[in-house]
Design a protein around this ligand. Structure first.
Ligand SMILES: *[C@@H]1O[C@H](CO)[C@@H](O)[C@H](O)[C@H]1NC(C)=O
Ligand SMILES: *[C@@H]1O[C@H](CO)[C@@H](O)[C@H](O)[C@H]1NC(C)=O
Ligand SMILES: *[C@@H]1O[C@H](CO)[C@@H](O)[C@H](O)[C@H]1NC(C)=O
Ligand SMILES: *[C@@H]1O[C@H](CO)[C@@H](O)[C@H](O)[C@H]1NC(C)=O
Length: 532
């Protein structure tokens, strides 16, 4: 006892003499129910640099000094092997914790997403959720879904769906306490696509983990969304597979037809009303266009027009049932209708994670040949995806009462020209929460959704992209200043800078009639019913 007191007193004195010095060894994590920690390894990193990775970490980061902690764990009975990575700034910690999300069939990206957060002073967490099988596979193959005997790996599926969010957050907060002697003052989630879905799942399933959640382009309807992702490839396999120049022509014609309807000819479809923008793909039939992929010209056929019409209408099965939304007007076709042209011959190039989903999750057959699917196979696959995975990966049963009650804030945004996840699914979710809570203002107090015209999946596309949505979230959480609009900037096809203040749904951007169309100040936010 006496020795303990003396050591404690010495430790206390030492902390006074060396207030900034945190030691990276002897970090501990207390027992976590349902988790068996296998190892904790720590390493001090100094002058650490990380190259830019688009959308995760847009610029190079340099000179990071942090404690790099790698925790491995398993879930008893699950036979999984999960790696959790926590980076703790050695100096200038900003008092906050940030958990970062994954994409496609990956639960997280250890490294790139954390680098950006540590650079801003956050403790940053990421995990592979066990989906790399201890670094031996690319999780985007979806090969982790099946055990060697061919059965579904339900432990990894659970990690992917939500458990990895919980594990990394509990461990990250515990290590923060162990390292700095104090828990984080504020905790955040930051993710897009699958990372966005994880953010929505965190709000619904772990409402006390985060004070603020940034969730971009969320893959919240994955089992249904899958039918959209594979619709275009199946259409092409069974009709015509055009080079991308053909799709570009349709994309451009759609933008030309629907852009003016929001009042501003700015190359952006800011407000889309299917009643007024009835662009008909058949109007391009017979037009001859230059085609860089073919090194010659190509004439648009009725088969091309029919294909585009079907992609925009969205997936449906033989009995006519529509399963999901179609491609947003003005979006690129690259996301789901990508093709590769070599030597005059063009083949479909389906979105990579959706190939893994078809083989390993839907048919549970890693040898399944996705490029031979006919419409009957498509119907089977789409219905199986919904039947098997809606319980664990759908969001229909999720509610946000507890998140609202604990004071959490959910800031979400979605590109209106997202070519991989149609924003309609996110709008549907927000509408459902609104109907559920029955009071739009009350929803706005904790959950806001911003739609970004012309922006693709988590960025890209041709419209102005949100510049600092995470900063807006932090101001909302810590200063109580809710984002009325979300600042966005980009460069248009003529190389001119375009800015917008994106509106929170259901408001839409409306042009003032005579200002510079590149300038955010020429637009305001109005309810769509007030737009004439
Ligand atoms: C980090 O870089 C700075 C200057 O660039 C240098 O003074 C310092 O010694 C370096 N520290 C380590 C641990 O390499
Ligand atoms: C994981 O991989 C590391 C490095 O390759 C190896 O040392 C370790 O034994 C592996 N662990 C398991 C549980 O497979
Ligand atoms: C392709 O079409 C353009 C007009 O769209 C025309 O100027 C050009 O000569 C054509 N090239 C070929 C190889 O036919
Ligand atoms: C394309 O054609 C050229 C010349 O006929 C041939 O050398 C080349 O291997 C072909 N490439 C592919 C990918 O088929």
């Amino acid at each position: 006892m006496l020795i303990f007191l003396v050591t404690s007193a010495l430790a206390w004195l030492s902390s006074i003499w060396h207030p900034q010095k945190h030691t990276c060894d002897r970090l501990t994590v207390h027992r976590i129910p349902g988790v068996h920690i296998l190892s904790i390894e720590t390493q001090e990193r100094h002058n650490y640099s990380f190259p830019a990775v688009p959308s995760l970490n847009p610029t190079d980061v340099h000179d990071l000094d942090f404690c790099d902690v790698t925790v491995t764990l398993t879930h008893p009975g699950g036979d999984d092997f999960v790696t959790v990575s926590i980076w703790l700034p050695l100096t200038d910690w900003n008092g906050r914790f940030q958990a970062t999300g994954g994409g496609g069939l990956a639960a997280g990206y250890i490294g790139p997403a954390q680098a950006a957060a540590v650079n801003q002073g956050y403790v940053a967490a990421s995990t592979d959720g066990g989906l790399t099988l201890n670094g031996t596979i690319n999780p985007q193959t979806g090969a982790w879904a099946l055990r060697p005997d061919g059965s579904l790996n339900t432990a990894l599926l659970k990690n992917y769906a939500h458990r990895s969010i919980h594990d990394m957050t509990v461990i990250g907060k515990a290590l923060t306490q162990s390292f700095y002697g104090t828990p984080p003052k504020f905790s955040y989630w930051n993710g897009c696509s699958t990372g966005g879905r994880q953010g929505y799942f965190a709000a619904a399933l772990y409402p006390e983990h985060f004070d603020g959640i940034l969730a971009g382009a969320p893959a919240i309807n994955l089992p249904h969304l899958y039918s959209y992702l594979f619709w275009a490839p199946v259409l092409m396999i069974n009709s015509v597979t055009p080079p991308q120049c053909v799709f570009h022509a349709f994309q451009k014609a759609t933008i030309d037809a629907c852009d003016p309807l929001d009042g501003a000819i700015d190359g952006l479809i800011s407000y889309y009303d299917p009643e007024t923008c009835d662009f008909g793909p058949e109007t391009l039939i017979g037009e001859t266009i230059e085609c860089s992929e073919l090194d010659s010209n190509i004439t648009i056929t009725s088969e091309h027009a029919n294909l585009v019409d079907q992609i925009i209408q969205g997936p449906h099965i033989a009995d006519g049932r529509r399963l999901w939304y179609g491609l947003a007007p003005g979006a690129s076709f690259r996301g789901t209708a990508d093709t590769i042209t070599t030597n005059e011959s063009t083949t479909p190039n389906p979105f990579f994670p959706s190939i893994g989903w078809t083989k390993n999750f839907v048919f549970q057959d890693s040898d399944y040949d996705v490029l031979s699917m006919d419409f009957e196979d498509f119907d089977t696959a789409a219905l199986l995806s919904i039947a098997r995975y809606t319980d664990i990966l759908g969001s229909e049963g999720h509610y946000l009462y507890d998140f609202q009650y604990t004071g959490g804030k959910l800031l979400s945004w979605h590109g209106l020209a997202d070519d991989i996840i149609p924003s309609s699914g996110t709008i549907q979710y927000r509408d459902r929460i609104e109907e559920d809570i029955e009071d739009l203002d009350e929803v706005d107090e904790f959950y806001r959704l911003f739609l970004a015209p012309g922006v693709g999946h988590c960025g890209g596309g041709y419209g102005p992209t949100p510049t600092d949505p995470f900063g807006a979230l932090v101001r909302w959480v810590e200063e109580g200043v809710p984002p009325e609009t979300l600042g966005a900037a980009g460069v248009n096809g003529d190389g001119e800078v375009v800015t917008r203040e994106l509106c929170r749904y259901p408001l839409v951007l409306v042009y003032d009639g005579d200002g510079d169309v590149n300038d955010a100040g020429s637009f305001s936010c109005e309810y769509p019913e007030e737009v004439v």
